[in-house]
Ligand binder design. Structure first.
Ligand code: BDR
Ligand code: CA
Length: 314
């Protein structure tokens, strides 16, 4: 077997973040070095606690979990309880976490790990606002050339936004951080709404997860049934978009996704379009490519992967 891909997940759980973490924990191709948490869907006090509850679920109580930024770089925090519930992880009733919160700041864990592991060997999967990533790059610019790849969920182009007409939530919460990350010269794979809106949970897909019958699978089905209600009520869809696991699934099965190398710039000034990801999909400028922007996936294969892997967890 090929060597495991080393991975740090930077997250703001979030039910879809939870599935991304569980998919990574269940995948023998990946070596999850740690989880860094950030304020986003809910404040940091909840995201770090939720991350630890998810580690418990998977039986990974020795997973290092760190708390990071409490606030975006330059703006007030915007949260998404309207989607994720007041805890950020509404749905199942989960006990207080046994997985400990590590001493030290998430940003220092990111920097120390990138510096100590072989250059180019560590992937970072940011699936929340990009505050921790930008703070790490500001504090230790030398890590930019040592990060193997960033595989992130955020942005949208053809689909527009989901928190404003122009902006996707993760980028909107901290546009400055996103702009700094996209400018850092790191190889980036981007999962915008254009692809994640094709990854709909659907009643049948959630039922298949529940049918696994394990503690983790039932908790995930409970999470998804809570999470789906927002899109079902607002948009009349069958299920909700399972955004964040697209990052981990791309690492495992990139052949199930398609996209283009593009230039991506972030709007950080206009009130109307704050946090918009301006993706030069048609290459109308000669601005340099700074991301592989994914636009499509094989949704059935994606949910098969998630279901198969969740079945390996307790
Ligand atoms: C993103 O925002 C959050 O609500 C989800 O967890 C996902 O990371 C989707 O816009
Ligand atoms: Ca998230």
């Amino acid at each position: 077997m090929a060597p495991k891909q080393k991975l740090i997940i930077d997250t703001d759980p979030g039910q879809d973040d939870a599935v991304a973490m569980l998919l990574a924990f269940a995948s023998p191709e990946l070596d999850v070095l740690g989880i860094t948490t950030v304020a986003g869907n809910v404040p940091l006090a909840l995201t770090q606690e939720n991350a630890r509850k998810i580690c418990d679920l998977a039986g990974c109580t020795d997973m290092p979990v760190f708390a990071g930024a409490e606030q975006p770089l330059a703006r007030s925090l915007v949260t998404a309880e309207h989607v994720h519930g007041s805890t950020g992880l509404d749905g199942p009733v989960l006990p207080p976490p046994a997985t400990p919160l590590q001493d030290g700041h998430a940003v220092d864990f990111l920097i120390d790990t990138i510096r100590s592991e072989d250059s180019g060997s560590v992937t970072i999967a940011p699936i929340g606002p990009l505050t921790n990533i930008a703070m790490a790059l500001r504090k230790a610019p030398d890590i930019a050339e040592r990060i193997g790849r960033i595989v992130m969920m955020g942005g949208g182009y053809f689909e527009g936004g989901n928190i404003t007409p122009a902006a996707e939530f993760n980028i909107y919460v901290d546009p400055q951080a996103a702009a700094e990350m996209f400018a850092a010269g790191i190889p980036i794979t981007m999962m915008p709404l254009d692809v994640t809106h094709k990854a709909m949970t659907t009643a049948a897909r959630t039922a298949a997860i529940r049918a696994i019958g394990s503690k983790t699978a039932v908790a995930v089905a409970d999470m998804l049934e809570f999470y789906e209600r927002f899109d079902e009520e607002k948009y009349g869809s069958d299920g909700g978009p399972l955004h964040d696991p697209c990052t981990i699934a791309w690492m495992l099965q990139p052949e199930r996704f398609s996209g283009r190398h593009c230039n991506v710039e972030i709007e950080t000034e206009s009130d109307l379009t704050m946090g918009m990801t301006v993706i030069d999909w048609r290459q109308v400028t000669d601005r340099p490519h700074n991301a592989f922007v994914v636009g499509d996936l094989d949704a059935d294969a994606f949910f098969r992967l998630i279901t198969d892997r969740l079945a390996k967890l307790p």
